[in-house]
Design a protein around this ligand. Structure first.
Ligand SMILES: [Zn+2]
Length: 109
Protein backbone atom coordinates (compact mmCIF):
# COMPACT_ATOMS: atom_id res chain seq x y z
CA UNK A 1 0.00 0.00 0.00
CA UNK A 2 1.19 3.50 -0.62
CA UNK A 3 1.92 5.75 2.31
CA UNK A 4 1.96 9.46 1.47
CA UNK A 5 4.68 11.25 3.40
CA UNK A 6 5.31 14.97 3.26
CA UNK A 7 6.56 17.82 5.34
CA UNK A 8 4.15 20.74 5.67
CA UNK A 9 4.21 24.35 6.83
CA UNK A 10 7.90 24.91 6.15
CA UNK A 11 8.87 21.77 8.03
CA UNK A 12 6.70 22.30 11.07
CA UNK A 13 4.76 19.08 10.51
CA UNK A 14 5.14 15.63 9.10
CA UNK A 15 2.08 14.61 7.18
CA UNK A 16 1.17 10.95 6.82
CA UNK A 17 -1.58 10.20 4.35
CA UNK A 18 -2.63 13.87 4.36
CA UNK A 19 -2.94 14.06 8.13
CA UNK A 20 -0.61 16.15 10.28
CA UNK A 21 0.87 13.54 12.58
CA UNK A 22 4.18 14.75 13.98
CA UNK A 23 4.94 18.36 14.84
CA UNK A 24 8.03 20.21 15.91
CA UNK A 25 8.45 21.85 19.30
CA UNK A 26 8.38 18.57 21.17
CA UNK A 27 11.45 17.54 23.10
CA UNK A 28 12.81 14.24 21.87
CA UNK A 29 15.20 12.02 23.75
CA UNK A 30 17.62 11.04 21.06
CA UNK A 31 18.98 7.55 20.70
CA UNK A 32 22.14 8.88 19.11
CA UNK A 33 24.78 9.91 21.57
CA UNK A 34 26.94 11.55 18.95
CA UNK A 35 24.49 14.43 18.68
CA UNK A 36 26.18 16.31 21.49
CA UNK A 37 28.26 15.54 24.53
CA UNK A 38 25.27 14.87 26.79
CA UNK A 39 24.73 11.34 28.04
CA UNK A 40 21.08 11.51 26.97
CA UNK A 41 20.40 14.35 24.55
CA UNK A 42 17.05 16.07 25.06
CA UNK A 43 16.49 17.83 21.78
CA UNK A 44 13.85 20.39 20.96
CA UNK A 45 12.95 19.99 17.30
CA UNK A 46 12.83 23.15 15.23
CA UNK A 47 11.97 21.90 11.79
CA UNK A 48 11.75 18.83 9.58
CA UNK A 49 13.65 18.82 6.32
CA UNK A 50 12.62 15.43 5.06
CA UNK A 51 10.70 12.29 5.88
CA UNK A 52 10.97 8.76 4.61
CA UNK A 53 9.54 5.30 5.12
CA UNK A 54 12.25 2.78 5.87
CA UNK A 55 11.17 -0.39 4.15
CA UNK A 56 13.22 -2.74 6.31
CA UNK A 57 11.12 -2.21 9.43
CA UNK A 58 8.26 0.10 8.33
CA UNK A 59 9.57 2.93 10.46
CA UNK A 60 9.02 6.54 9.55
CA UNK A 61 12.29 8.41 9.84
CA UNK A 62 12.65 12.15 9.66
CA UNK A 63 15.51 14.52 9.03
CA UNK A 64 15.29 17.51 11.28
CA UNK A 65 17.08 20.40 12.89
CA UNK A 66 16.98 20.62 16.65
CA UNK A 67 18.66 22.01 19.71
CA UNK A 68 19.76 20.20 22.85
CA UNK A 69 18.01 21.87 25.76
CA UNK A 70 20.75 20.82 28.15
CA UNK A 71 23.89 22.06 26.43
CA UNK A 72 22.56 24.24 23.62
CA UNK A 73 24.05 22.25 20.77
CA UNK A 74 22.11 22.96 17.60
CA UNK A 75 22.51 20.45 14.84
CA UNK A 76 21.01 18.44 12.06
CA UNK A 77 19.42 15.12 12.99
CA UNK A 78 19.38 12.41 10.40
CA UNK A 79 16.83 9.60 10.33
CA UNK A 80 15.07 10.20 13.63
CA UNK A 81 12.44 7.47 14.06
CA UNK A 82 9.15 9.25 14.71
CA UNK A 83 6.75 6.36 14.25
CA UNK A 84 5.98 3.33 12.19
CA UNK A 85 3.40 1.91 9.87
CA UNK A 86 1.28 -0.89 11.31
CA UNK A 87 -1.33 -2.46 9.07
CA UNK A 88 -1.24 0.60 6.87
CA UNK A 89 -1.77 3.02 9.72
CA UNK A 90 0.68 5.44 11.25
CA UNK A 91 1.59 4.86 14.89
CA UNK A 92 3.62 7.67 16.34
CA UNK A 93 6.36 7.21 18.87
CA UNK A 94 6.24 9.22 22.03
CA UNK A 95 8.95 11.89 21.84
CA UNK A 96 10.31 10.80 25.20
CA UNK A 97 10.40 7.12 24.47
CA UNK A 98 12.76 6.79 21.54
CA UNK A 99 15.01 3.93 22.43
CA UNK A 100 18.46 2.93 21.45
CA UNK A 101 17.69 -0.52 20.16
CA UNK A 102 15.95 -0.59 16.78
CA UNK A 103 14.21 -3.83 17.70
CA UNK A 104 13.18 -2.95 21.23
CA UNK A 105 11.86 0.42 20.09
CA UNK A 106 8.74 -1.14 18.65
CA UNK A 107 5.98 -0.36 21.13
CA UNK A 108 3.03 -2.64 21.57
CA UNK A 109 -0.07 -1.06 20.07
ZN1 LIG B 1 23.50 18.24 24.87
Amino acid sequence: MAIALRTLDDGAWISVNDSREVGVSDVWILPFREYCSCETPHVLLEGFSGVDLRAIDNRIVADAVGMCIDCGTRDYIESLPVGRIVDGEFKSYEPGSVQTSPVAAVPTP
